[in-house]
Design a protein around this ligand. Structure first.
Ligand code: SF4
Length: 205
């Protein structure tokens, strides 16, 4: 959400809800009725134009705060008194963690295993307590972005295990794509993994 980047979304920015997207040597202005729609439209544009996805939410937030300071909730380090300061949270939501993992895996150009092997791995995950839902309720573009990364990563639209596979919270892995990847490219096995876990102890690369 833009609010989590310090944007006041109840005010219309002086630049309206727009974002200048560099495109084909010029600039294409992306518009929205509000901040959420703007982020969604930016993501859609990049997907359709086959541009790098980037981080639409963060980029829109930084642009709006720069162009329209009235929308910047966090005015600076002197904004709060010492007593008002809250501890900084180090928690990263699972959807962010799997997006980070998938982006790195796409860059690594991993090898694939057969569908039979993927099925065997999926069976272990289906019964595992660490296979959990990763979608978030309040950010459709975040969910779409993760779906898009999974599609690019596994290079197939659907898999019969999709209905039963979420994400592995131990390995920050989108399971519907992760089960298709050669172990060499996956994270090392977490010591808390249950015995049937198929993740290898040490990746080779
Ligand atoms: S710990 Fe292993 S078996 Fe369990 S969900 Fe994660 S990858 Fe699958």
């Amino acid at each position: 959400m833009l609010e989590s980047y310090g944007v006041i979304t109840s005010l219309t920015p002086s630049c309206k809800w727009t974002f200048p997207q560099p495109y084909e040597g010029g600039v294409h202005i992306i518009e929205g009725q509000n901040g959420k729609e703007l982020v969604g439209n930016l993501l859609d544009f990049r997907l359709k134009a086959r541009l790098p996805i980037g981080d639409p939410e963060r980029e829109v937030a930084e642009y709006i705060k720069r162009e329209s300071p009235n929308n910047a909730r966090f005015a600076g380090t002197g904004h709060r008194t010492r007593a008002e300061k809250k501890p900084v949270s180090t928690f990263t939501p699972l959807i962010e963690r799997i997006r980070t993992t998938m982006t790195a895996l796409i860059d690594a150009k991993p090898r694939f295993v057969s569908e039979d092997e993927a099925d065997e791995r999926a069976k272990a995950c289906v019964g595992c307590t660490h296979n959990v839902a990763w979608r978030v309720k309040d950010c459709g573009p975040c969910n779409s972005h993760a779906d898009y990364l999974a599609l690019v990563l596994r290079q197939r639209h659907s898999y019969k295990g999709d209905a039963f596979l979420g994400a592995c919270r131990l390995h920050d892995l989108h399971l519907g794509s992760g089960v298709f990847l050669d172990r060499d490219f996956l994270p090392a096995r977490n010591e808390q993994s249950p015995a049937p876990c198929w993740i290898g102890a040490t990746p080779k690369v």
